[in-house]
Structure formats: structure tokens, C-alpha cells
Design a protein around this ligand. Structure first.
Ligand code: NDP
Length: 434
């Protein structure tokens, strides 16, 4: 039941051996035992009438994992696959990701098994109102600040925030990813994807490898994270040729048309298959036609691969296909998209591998900038947000790169990230007592 949560925990624990060996304080203070148990978990019923006036019941969740470094912070996911194990894995990862930004944020995650896909705006609004009716009891600008994730974009955030204000009569920065007109930050929609690409660019520099310019890149997914991970490399002169959704994969050798992708996925909210109606030379492959045990998107030859769809979407066969086709770098945009076996393969073959908790921290970093703007009732301009995001990604990259050297695991950024972030969280936990 808790399989995916255990996968996330073991990945961290495996990395910590050098630091646990060199300093006994972590064992004496029971840090690991305390870290793997959430502070609290809320599970609640969410009822509404659908568009045909039928009663519908879903389950809502919020997992507040750890607030040693600041208020709980982490997104909400609305997807039929949501359960306690998935949210515990995401909340656990969020503690470390937030810590790596150097900003004051704890880790949390929440959501529901409600599926907004194919629902009318009216029905999504009804669901968001019913969900917030319960969630508002547990959150607050200094307590716990949710944001978006799969299935929760600007529309859902707007509805959730609107309902919070109705219930409480307060304008508090209790959620991030808000539309700009009522308190959102410029560049928040783009932040995770842009941050992924800034991170990749920095890491290539640290490793003295060739930059992204003129290189072919593959991206999976076609949601918020994927689309901005596709958009940014163009400004570095790279060519992104692929993306995917839950039904199929697009390959466009001339480079993807990002504006068309936004139209298909953000405005029409429909299948990627639409893409080939406009670009007839692009190739669309349906999921049922993927190679056995692998995913089409990872069979395409590329210099850098950016998995940006969902957890465990890149398996060991995909890893082997990427390596065989000359891939030099894998940078995770989604949370834990590579299986443990795939990561082992990348590390064994000395492929530059950047795990999600370092590479996709740009979203939560700009969420923190949004909280700062809300608290001070001020606005930052585009240049300031972009520059601060870029600096944050550079600092994360430097911290992880140097930690991997300091602990004798050069080039292993899974261990580098886990050690760097564990130290910061553990030291706060020790200083705060048990
Ligand atoms: P969205 O809901 O915007 O998009 C998800 C996309 O992934 C959709 O295009 C969906 O396809 C596609 N998808 C889902 N399952 C698969 C699959 N098995 N194969 C291929 N494509 C698939 O979500 P986000 O972009 O917000 O989130 C994506 C990932 O990034 C998640 O892991 C999330 O936790 C992580 N993340 C998100 C952040 C954010 O700021 N939003 C911040 C940090 C991490 P379809 O359209 O068919 O449903």
C-alpha cells in the first residue's frame, strides 16, 4: 500500500550512509525515525452535486510532513490515482526540495481523487468549494500554504482562493499559484519548467560539458511543467522535439510549436493528437503502439532528456534506450519520474542525472516569492522574479555539486542532494528539541 512512499524514503536513506557514519548525533536524536513520519495527516469527505444534480463523493487529503524550517508548503494534486501513499511520498520529497532552496519552508502535500479532466467549469468550481470548506481549517499564511500540482492549475487555485475568502472574510496569502490579478507572482506558471532548464544549464557549466545550444532535447508530459520546460530551451538555442500525454507521444523533428501546445493543452484541454492536424509532418504515436515495456518518448535520440509527466514514467528499459541513443543528461521535472533501476543505470553509465528535488525546485521557490509579495502587499517585476529564480537554481546547483565532492560521491547528485538537504533539516530538528 505504501510502496511508492517507501521508494522515496529508501532513495533518501541509501544516500545518507556517509553522513550518518561521520556524525552520531543524527542517530542519538532519532532524526530518521522522526523524519519518516508526517506531523499529521488529514483525510476528509468532499461531497457535491455534479452537473446532472447527482450526489458525488470524493476523498480529500492534506499531509503536513515537517515544519522544522518554516510553515508547511506543498501542492495539491487532483487525480483519480491520489491516495495516502502518493501524498506521503510527495510530502516527504517536498521537505527536502524546499530545504534545498535555502528558503524558510517546511514540507506538505495534499489533494483528492477527484478528476477535473473533462468536467465543466461549474463542476470544478463546486468541487473546489466543497474541498476548501474542509481544508481551510488546517491551512494559513503562517501555518500551511498549498499550491498547484497535477490537475490543479490557475483555474482551480482561483476557485479555492475565492472560497477561502468567502468562508473567512480574509485576504491572506494562504495559497500560491494564484492568477496575477489577485496576488499571484509573475512567472509562477513558468517557474518550475524554467527552473529545470536553468538548473540543467548550470550543471553543464559546472561539469564543463557542452551547453544546450543546438542540442536536441526530449521532454515527456505536456502539462504545466512540461510546456515551460519545452519553451525555455529555445532561448538557449536548443531544439525540443518531443512531448507526451497520457494517450500518446508527439515527435516533431523541426522543434515543437509551443504556442500550439499551449492552445491544445491549456485552452482546449484536449489530446495531443490535435498537434498533427496543424503540423502534418510531425509523428503521433498512441500509447497502445509503444514498444513493449518502454515509452516512445525515450526511444528518441537526444542530448538531454527531461521527464516532466508523472512518477515512475521512465523505467530501466527507457534508461537503456536513452543511453544507447547517446543521451548525456537526464534532468527530472516531474517528481520521482525515474524508477530506482533507471537511476542506477544512469549513475553506472556516468550519465549526468539531476533528481527532481534539486531540478524542479523553481516552482516552490517562486511560490515563496509570491508569499513574500503577498505579505508585503508589493509586486515584483518580471526581471526581478526571473533573476531571483535563476540565482536560486544556481545556488542549489552549486550546493549539490560541492556536497557530492565533499562526501566523496563526485557526480552523484542523488547522494549530493540528499546529504545537503538532510543536514539542513536535521540541524533544525536538533536545535528545536524533540
Ligand atoms: P499537469 O496536470 O499540468 O500535467 C501533467 C501532464 O502529464 C499532462 O499532460 C498529462 O497528460 C501527462 N501525463 C500524466 N500521466 C502521464 C503518463 N503516464 N505518460 C505521459 N504523460 C502523462 O501537471 P504538472 O505539469 O503540474 O505536474 C507534472 C509533474 O511535475 C508532477 O510529477 C508534479 O508533481 C511535478 N511538479 C509540478 C510542479 C508545478 O509547479 N506544477 C512543481 C514541481 C513538481 P493528460 O493531459 O493526458 O492528462
Amino acid at each position: 500500500m505504501d510502496e511508492i512512499f517507501f521508494q522515496a524514503v529508501f532513495e533518501v536513506l541509501d544516500s545518507l550512509e556517509p553522513i550518518l557514519r561521520s556524525d552520531k548525533i543524527y542517530e542519538e536524536m532519532g532524526i530518521l525515525e522522526r523524519l519518516v513520519v508526517p506531523d499529521r495527516e488529514f483525510k476528509f469527505k468532499v461531497t457535491r452535486l455534479d452537473d446532472t444534480n447527482k450526489v458525488r463523493v470524493n476523498t480529500g487529503y492534506r499531509v503536513q510532513f515537517n515544519n522544522s524550517l518554516g510553515p508547511y508548503k506543498g501542492g495539491l494534486r487532483f487525480h483519480p490515482s491520489v491516495n495516502t501513499s502518493i501524498l506521503k511520498f510527495l510530502g516527504f520529497e517536498q521537505i527536502f526540495k524546499n530545504s534545498l532552496t535555502g528558503l524558510m519552508m517546511g514540507g506538505a502535500k495534499g489533494g483528492s481523487d477527484f478528476d477535473p479532466k473533462g468536467k465543466s467549469n461549474a463542476e470544478v468550481l463546486k468541487f473546489c468549494r466543497a474541498y476548501m470548506m474542509e481544508l481551510h481549517k488546517y491551512i494559513g499564511a503562517r501555518v500551511d500554504i498549498p499550491a498547484g500540482d497535477i490537475g490543479v492549475g490557475a483555474r482551480e487555485i482561483g476557485y479555492l482562493f475565492g472560497e477561502y475568502k468567502k468562508i473567512t472574510s480574509r485576504y491572506d496569502g494562504i495559497i500560491t499559484g494564484k492568477p496575477y490579478m489577485f496576488g499571484g507572482s509573475l512567472l509562477r506558471p513558468e517557474a518550475t519548467g524554467y527552473g529545470v532548464v536553468y538548473f540543467a544549464d548550470e550543471l553543464l557549466r559546472f561539469e564543463n560539458k557542452e551547453p544546450l545550444k543546438d542540442k536536441v532535447c526530449c521532454v515527456s508530459g505536456s502539462g504545466n511543467v512540461a510546456i515551460y520546460t519545452i519553451e525555455k530551451p529555445q532561448s538557449f538555442g536548443a531544439i525540443v522535439v518531443s512531448c507526451s500525454d497520457s494517450k500518446g507521444t508527439i515527435y516533431d523533428s523541426r522543434g515543437l510549436d509551443v504556442n500550439l501546445l499551449k492552445e491544445i493543452k491549456f485552452n482546449k484541454r484536449t489530446s495531443l493528437e490535435e498537434y498533427i492536424k496543424t503540423h502534418t509532418s510531425a509523428i503521433y504515436t498512441k500509447v497502445e503502439d509503444y514498444p513493449s515495456g518502454a515509452h516512445e518518448v525515450w526511444t528518441i535520440s537526444c542530448y538531454a532528456a527531461f521527464p516532466c509527466a508523472t512518477q515512475n514514467e521512465l523505467n530501466v528499459n527507457d534508461a537503456k534506450n536513452l543511453i544507447e541513443n547517446g543521451c548525456q543528461m537526464v534532468v527530472e521535472g516531474a517528481n520521482m519520474p525515474s524508477t530506482s533501476e533507471a537511476i542506477e543505470q544512469f549513475l553506472k553509465e556516468k550519465i549526468t542525472f539531476a533528481p527532481a528535488k534539486v531540478a524542479n525546485a523553481g516552482g516552490v521557490a517562486v511560490s515563496n516569492f509570491e508569499m513574500t509579495q503577498n505579505a508585503s502587499l508589493q509586486r515584483w517585476d518580471m526581471d526581478k522574479v526571473d533573476e531571483t529564480l535563476r540565482t536560486t537554481m544556481r545556488q542549489i546547483c552549486k550546493r549539490v555539486y560541492l556536497t557530492s565532492k565533499d562526501y566523496g560521491v563526485d557526480g552523484n547528485y542523488v547522494d549530493g542532494a540528499n546529504i545537503a538537504t538532510f543536514k539542513r533539516v536535521a540541524e533544525a530538528m536538533i536545535a528545536e528539541g524533540i
